[in-house]
Design a protein around this ligand. Sequence first.
Ligand SMILES: *Cc1c(COP(=O)(O)O)cnc(C)c1O
Length: 378
Amino acid sequence: MKKKYLLTPGPTPLPPEVCAAQAQPIIHHRTPQFQAILKEVSQGLKYVFQTENDVFILASSGTGAMEAAVANLLSAADTALTVEGGKFGQRWTEICQSYNINTEVLSVEWGRAVEPKKIEERLKANPKIKAVFTTLCETSTGVVNDIEAIGKIVKDTPAVLVVDAISGLGAIDLKTDAWFCDVVVSGSQKGLMLPPGLGFISLSPKAWKLVESSRSPRYYFDLRKAKKAQDKTDTPFTPAINLIIALNESLKMIKEDGLANVFLRHKKMADATREAVKAIGLELFAPTAPSDVVTAIKVPKDIDGEKLVKTMRDTYGVTIAGGQAELKGKIFRIAHMGYIEEFDIILCISCLEKVLFQMGYKFQLGIGVRAAEEVFLR
Ligand SMILES: *Cc1c(COP(=O)(O)O)cnc(C)c1O
């Protein structure tokens, strides 16, 4: 027997209430019973997205919602600006290129946040840019971008601002309307504490104008169909019924805590994690703009980063994430997103210490756990 713990940036652990909601016998979706749930969920999503806009639910992972954004906003030969500071920023570029969008890339050093001024310069230099694709929390590097500042820039241009908030929504602040985010996409298996399988997308009136004029091919992800159905509290196709029922539960939990408290809890978990790893003598990968969603840590010299992650998982049952793409083996990532509390962090740090110690890394055993405890005692 081995007890298992999940501290990865998606999927994230499920609260028992969510597991139970999901496991109920299925109901039919074209019923007043399911309509009532859809209504509640739709209100709950608006609360979490901090928007008055409709939020649409897609039966896909988060990337499906990203593709829906591109396909519905732009047509072949339109121009877009993508901000690339990691693997998920790159995904915007790849999707745009798949739709033959003329894609300008703003490259940002991995581990840094984008300077909003750079976006302003690019928009000024090329007034043809119709959409700016950004990432709230770049999960591959642990960086949080200043979406509020970017929103202030993009709102005064003809372009729409698209934000990948797949990791971040329900964990850190994102004021969709107040920050002028025209399109926000997210997914179920991160801050929303659900299994994977749902994508979410919200669109402002400015974005809807593009949806109406886009000539890109789309069928399942045609948001005009989603809107027509949603206006009648319905869905265009069979929705992921049990996931939506579970979503209703997790949204209620978030509402009960209140967004402000949810953000505060994430900040505390992140502070404790950062202080703990620093006390152990490790370095943050993104010291200038670390997110409260996931902490990326440099693998110390002479330590095998992939083995560290593997040993924590296979020997001790504690799953964290390694680095992706060019960061493979160079960093490891501890997520503190969603259903994660104080003692999950303590346990994870304790396991990290144990494995580092066994691998011969020199530090004072217990010093990371102590640093985390001190944060929690503040
Ligand atoms: C997880 C993640 C994605 C990918 O979402 P999938 O659900 O795996 O398709 C995209 N962007 C960010 C920022 C993410 O964290």
